[in-house]
Design a protein around this ligand. Structure first.
Ligand code: DAU
Length: 244
């Protein structure tokens, strides 16, 4: 399965840290933020990856990551997003790289404690469609929120003011290649972006979205300076535990 890492966007919630560099290049404990989602993909056996980025720091990703072999990849590709057109738009830029295969997307500011291998394996067995990952949170208003009925996700609402559950849709998404056709049908949201939540709802309408609730700690560490600080501390604890 191919992998897509999204590292575009303006990172405006982390200014002035992001005034002259890309959010995903900021440190989380002992390495740049993007190393963490890349490590999650490598740990799940994903060998061919594309990094979608944008803005003035795009060249820095190539200087940092190179051909990706030292990170365990067979090949690392790059795509450039001209403007902050949304997560779904950024996914669309990986079309030529992904081709007709199933693929897994991870947001470059999402860090997970546990491997995603079981979910990737479940999606490999899935006939087609899409698969998302959920985590119970205390602040669902900050995320895409899933409404679950009889064990199935029946709708997802992006950053609802009145959340129907505490189940956040985290930034790991698995799709078949039909995602690219669906992205072409999406309309920009109120904030002018092609929303990944609209893409996921399109799969729900086709009856083809599966979901798993993840175990372990997870962070959208780019959402605020407090999330970034907490991620630094938690990652240092997790890595300390894993050290011999
Ligand atoms: O972290 C999980 C959440 O991520 C989900 O619960 C939400 O449904 C989803 O919309 C997203 O919300 P955020 O507000 O956190 O999205 P953000 O704008 O921070 O973008 C997330 C990542 O995607 C970020 O690492 C950069 C990348 N991105 C974003 C945009 C808007 C791009 O590469 N291009 C873009 O145009």
């Amino acid at each position: 399965m191919k992998g897509v890492v999204l590292a575009g966007g303006l990172g405006s919630r982390l200014r002035p840290l992001t005034s002259i560099t890309n959010k995903h290049l900021l440190p989380v404990y002992d390495r740049p933020m993007i190393y963490h989602p890349l490590g999650t993909l490598a740990g799940a056996g994903v060998k061919d990856v594309i990094v979608v980025t944008g803005g003035n720091s795009a060249g820095d990703f190539m200087r940092l990551l190179g051909d990706g072999r030292s990170l365990g990849f067979r090949c690392l590709n790059y795509a450039f997003q001209e403007r902050e057109g949304g997560i779904a738009e950024a996914i669309g830029l990986s079309r030529a790289f992904v081709g007709d295969e199933k693929f897994v997307v991870i947001l470059g500011d999402n860090i997970l404690e546990n491997p995603i291998t079981p979910y990737i394996e479940a999606f490999s067995r899935q006939e087609g469609g899409a698969r998302v990952l959920l985590k119970r949170v205390s602040n669902p208003r900050d995320y895409g929120v899933a409404q679950v009925e009889n064990g199935r996700v029946v709708s997802i609402v992006e950053k609802p003011s009145d959340p129907v559950s505490d189940l956040a849709v985290i930034g790991v998404y698995m799709y078949d290649a039909r995602a690219f056709e669906l992205i072409e049908t999406l309309k920009p949201s109120g904030r002018g972006e092609l929303e990944v939540t609209d893409l996921n709802n399109a799969y729900i309408r086709m009856g083809q979205l599966e979901a798993d609730e993840i175990t372990g700690w997870w962070s959208d560490c780019g959402a605020s300076i407090d999330n970034l600080l907490e991620a630094n501390v938690r990652v240092s604890e997790i890595m300390g535990r894993e050290r011999p």
